[in-house]
Every structure is written in C-alpha cells, then in structure tokens.
Design a protein. Structure first.
Length: 226
C-alpha cells in the first residue's frame, strides 16, 4: 500500500493541473470500510483535543462514511494540524509534511477491557463509556446496557472475543450500529434489532464470536410510558 504523509490543500479550479498522473491515480482509488473507520477515529481524537466540536465531528464523520475515494476521505482532515490519512493521496498543493495520528499512541484512559471466564459479564445503569471497549468472555453471558450510560465519544469501538456464550448489547434509541467489522463468526447467530439507524453514538463492532449468540436492540419501552 502506498503511503502519502503530506498535507493536503483544498482544490481550486486548476487543482487537477497541479497533480501528477500518479497522484491523480492515488486520489481516485476506492477506499475500504477500514480506511473510513480509521479516519473517523482520527476525527474522534481531534474532537477530544478540542479541535472540533460535536456538530463538526458529526458532519465530518458523515462525509467520511460516505466517501468513495481517498481524495474525498482526506478532505475532512485538511485543516486539522498534524493529521492526515496515511493512504489517502493529496488533492493539490501538498507541500508541508505531517505526522499521522495513526502513529501516535492511543490514550489508555479511553479504553476499557472487560474479561470473564465461566461468569456472567454485566455493565448497566449509569456508567462512563470510553471510546474503545474490548470484551473477552468464555462459556458465559455478556450483557452491556448503554441506555443510561455517559459517553466520552460519539463513536464507541467494541471489540468482541467471545466463545460459547451469549452477548446482548442494548443501545440508546438514537444510536446506530455497524457490524461490518465482525470478521470471524463461527456457529454463531447474530440478530440486529436496531434497524440500521444513523444517529449517535455510533457503535462499531469488530472481532470474533464462536458458538455464541449476539443480540443488539434498543431498550424495551415501559408499559407506563406515554
């Protein structure tokens, strides 16, 4: 994979004329879901540093998820100091070098590791949810309820490593769920009852499940609610 660690600049009317044939080729390459998620992670980090507010993050994340090419994807990072997508080609006028955020260490305070073996694993009520969760469970049930939680980030990455168990994830009504990163599923039933919403927070699930069940749903409505 070709890496381009140069800053990009907005393209003017003659932007294409400033690009070499190779730069145009790289700019127009299609991007994968993993690349889109990587750029959204960069935007999330920028939001945590105060470079973007929540509305700006939401707008740029939507653009990133809708991007088809590397040139389009890199545009959401163009005005953020020290950020670039390492595989996105420049659009035009790329001169200043930049250090990619991908090379920076992740904040350990923004990650929570949950582990259990032969025991039920439960998180519910009012708890603080970091931007990244890892769940490792064997021969038991995992239940994560996010409907009363406090979120540090508009995107929550959940990495699953579950064998011979049941996983239930309850997300807020306005939340969205992305299951495209579940790349290792064997003898497992996955049931998504969230109906593919597009709101926030956005839950991005990755990892593997073996001999298990995974259920995602919204909170059940109370009989006494109006």
């Amino acid at each position: 994979m070709v890496e381009v660690n140069e800053r990009v600049a907005p393209m003017g009317d003659d932007g294409d004329e400033q690009l070499t044939a190779e730069q145009r080729r790289l700019r127009d390459l299609r991007v994968s879901d993993a690349e889109r998620e990587h750029v959204v992670e960069l935007l999330k980090n920028a939001t945590g540093k105060g470079l973007l507010d929540l509305n700006e993050f939401t707008e740029r994340a939507d653009i990133a998820y809708a991007s088809r090419t590397r040139g389009e994807l890199n545009r959401v990072l163009v005005d953020l100091p020290g950020l670039s997508h390492p595989t996105a080609a420049p659009t035009a006028g790329a001169t200043d070098s930049a250090v990619t955020e991908a090379a920076a260490p992740h904040d350990p305070d923004d990650h929570l590791a949950l582990r259990a073996q032969g025991s039920n694993l439960v998180r519910k009520g009012q708890w603080v949810v970091p931007g990244s969760l890892s769940v490792r469970n064997r021969y038991a049930e995992t239940r994560l309820e996010f409907n009363e939680a406090e979120f540090r980030s508009p995107v929550v990455n959940v990495k699953l490593d579950v064998k011979w168990g049941a996983v239930t994830i309850i997300v807020p009504e306005d939340a969205s769920v992305d299951l495209n990163g579940l790349d290792d599923i064997k003898w497992t039933k996955v049931e998504d009852r969230t109906h593919g919403g597009a709101g926030r927070p956005r839950f991005v699930l990755t990892g593997k499940l073996v001999g298990s069940t995974l259920t995602l749903r919204h909170p059940r409505k109370s009989w006494f609610s109006f």
